[in-house]
Design a protein around this ligand. Structure first.
Ligand SMILES: Nc1ncnc2c1ncn2[C@@H]1O[C@H](COP(=O)(O)OP(=O)(O)OP(=O)(O)O)[C@@H](O)[C@H]1O
Ligand SMILES: [Mg+2]
Length: 275
């Protein structure tokens, strides 16, 4: 089981959209996926067409009143099970802070280790105890970043927080940066893409998610983009992301280590788009 936390303290940069569509693309490619909605906004839950407000959820699991496998909703989308955000999730941060329980999610996910190939965790836009739990359960941290100054700034701050966390817990996870909502027809987007490549060359993925209104339309229907519009550029982008994460079980952050010929080709395509 490979666990991917999707986090960025910047709000609205595509975390939930990436969680839903990455999970759906992995599921479509035959992987068994658990999507975990760790945000009290419950948008990953809503985006799969569900509302689970009154159900027993992760709070009850943390409070030892339920087992994780019993609060999972099965087959919300083909190949995907969901650990939904329920109303009680709002109390989880307080419960976890009673005595800092930073490994709680990791411990409970271990129960379902044999059931899934991937766990995809949608984190809130804050570095509270829920996000910390996600990071400490993760093999990889995927950081969606939109093309703007605030997003660039949040990546720098996130790096600092990650370093502190990794040192404190002697834990290592790979960091991957995913440019999202990219409209590379604009000079500004191209300039930010270039900037990301220059500053984070060893972490930025050799692909991006294009901006398209079809993503918003799909959410309104409670569907992942691949079920709503198979021909959308974002469908192809998320399929490529899923392929990449499936084909590279353990990426490292050593500069240049991660790029196979195909990825180099894609990176060159990105660089061509920037030029
Ligand atoms: N590729 C895309 N093209 C167009 N719109 C997009 C794309 N990706 C995301 N969006 C839209 O951008 C908005 C923010 O996306 P999303 O909710 O995924 O961000 P988030 O980081 O999860 O936000 P929050 O911090 O509030 O949890 C949503 O309205 C979503 O539909
Ligand atoms: Mg979100």
């Amino acid at each position: 089981m490979k666990t991917i936390a999707i986090a960025n303290t910047k709000g609205g940069c595509g975390k939930t959209t990436t969680a839903i569509n990455l999970a759906a693309s992995l599921g479509c490619q035959g992987a068994r996926v658990l999507l975990v909605d760790l945000d009290t906004q419950g948008h990953a839950t809503l985006g799969t067409g569900l509302t689970c407000d009154d159900q027993v959820g992760l709070y009850e699991v943390f409070a030892k009143r339920a087992l994780l496998r019993d609060v999972i909703v099965r087959d919300v989308v083909a190949g995907i099970d969901l650990l939904p955000a329920t109303r009680s999730l709002g109390r989880a941060e307080t419960l976890l802070s009673d005595w800092p329980r930073e490994m709680e999610l990791s411990m409970h996910l271990a129960q379902v280790d044999a059931d899934y190939d991937f766990v995809v965790i949608d984190c809130p836009a804050a570095l509270g105890l829920l996000t910390t739990n996600a990071l400490l359960a993760a093999d990889e941290l995927l950081v969606p970043i939109e093309m703007g100054l605030f997003a660039m700034d949040s990546v720098a701050k996130l790096h600092h927080a990650i370093e502190v966390l990794q040192q404190k817990h002697q834990r290592n996870f790979t960091v991957r940066i995913l440019p999202t909502m990219v409209d590379n027809r604009t000079r500004l987007a191209r300039s930010f893409l270039r900037n990301i490549w220059e500053r984070y060359a060893d972490e930025v993925l050799p692909l991006m998610v294009h901006h398209t209104v079809r993503v918003k339309e799909a959410v309104c229907k409670g569907l992942p983009i691949l079920q709503y519009d198979a021909d959308s550029p974002a469908t192809a982008d998320y399929q490529r992301l899923a392929e990449l994460l499936r084909s590279e079980p353990h990426l490292s952050n050593e500069p240049g280590d991660n790029l196979d010929a195909q990825q180099v080709e894609r990176r060159d395509a990105v660089e061509a788009a920037i030029a």
